[in-house]
Design a protein around this ligand. Sequence first.
Ligand code: DP6
Length: 400
Amino acid sequence: MASEKQLTVVTCTAPVNIAVIKYWGKRDEELILPLNSSLSVTLHQDQLKTTTTAAISKDFTEDRIWLNGVEVDMGQPRLQSCLREIHRLARKRRSSDDRNAPPPSLSYKVHVASENNFPTAAGLASSAAGYACLAYTLAKVYGVEAELSEVARRGSGSACRSLYGGFVQWQRGEQADGKDSIAQQVAPESHWPELRILVLVVSADKKLTSSTSGMQTSVETSALLQFRAASVVPTRMTEMIRCIRDRDFATFGELTMKDSNQFHATCLDTFPPISYLNDTSKNIIHLVHRFNTYHGQTKVAYTFDAGPNAVIFTLEDTMAEFVAAVRHCFPPEPNGDKFLKGLPVRSVQLSDKLKAALALNPAPGGIRYIITTKAGPGPQVLDSPHLHLLGPDGLPKPSA
Ligand code: DP6
């Protein structure tokens, strides 16, 4: 056990991000280098975040990690890879700058506890927030001030985009060592305050194919993926950055939907094929298109990752009407979860004309609940010791 004085403890939080130009496929499995650049929106941590505490002490005898209160194997290659990268950066800092106080001894073992403020069972991508938070917290506890894309990326590719708030691109990079494959902020979250994001949590079982293995098979078998990476994504990245800079929602939304559809098309082009969307996902797609057709413009857009949950982008003035449309098509189960979580949404009546235009048979319970949120900031350090997930003995607090 470590006594309080000998313990260095840091607690940080990191956000979830949702890609509007998708990362799918690696050109280097070891370094986790992507085939193409990608771009995401960082979600607000008031609704979705990971909290991680890291503690180092000379009294610890081994590296240990607890996820959502359960101890898991710290020997996992991706965890080890993140830890190795942090140690490398800490050593580099020490040798390059002698004026700084030397960082705490790198030979100290680390204890880590991490938890999400959203249920893992919701099927939301938690690995991005989780590895971004791990990279950020380890950097703080070992006194590393370097750019952390490489550390987070070693845990999960998409995690490097969760190191920044707002709108973030992960550049593919050209170098074989991956030094230029880094995440960069395109615009801060304050840039587009009207933008709203709705996570539609769809009733479903656990996903069948992980992103890691799915994209590996796509790289091996899908000709469409190669075409996408070489000929489609570069132009889309430029156009998407322009849409964000100009706050051009109609084009942003259209591009977001097209890119999600092309990603799922590459999944179907993979052999054997992969399908992440279920019937509810497909009906959400119809709902969005019919809603937009009714309004004569792109007012809402969907995107789907490696699972059936939809993430919807819209603007503040459209959110209430769209939520009413979702309720109409997917009436909440009377005894189900609270249907709306997150930012408050006004209750509005749908017009009969819009109901008729949606023309979908109501599917009760198809959507379990909706999380309403907006773009948010990157990782944060929490100052108060009572927020640490590890106690003075370096073990998870009973509530953690
Ligand atoms: C569909 O980052 O989870 O969400 O690098 O193998 O850990 P690994 O994959 P991961 O893949 C995310 C894929 C995606 C699209 C995206 O977030 O860009």
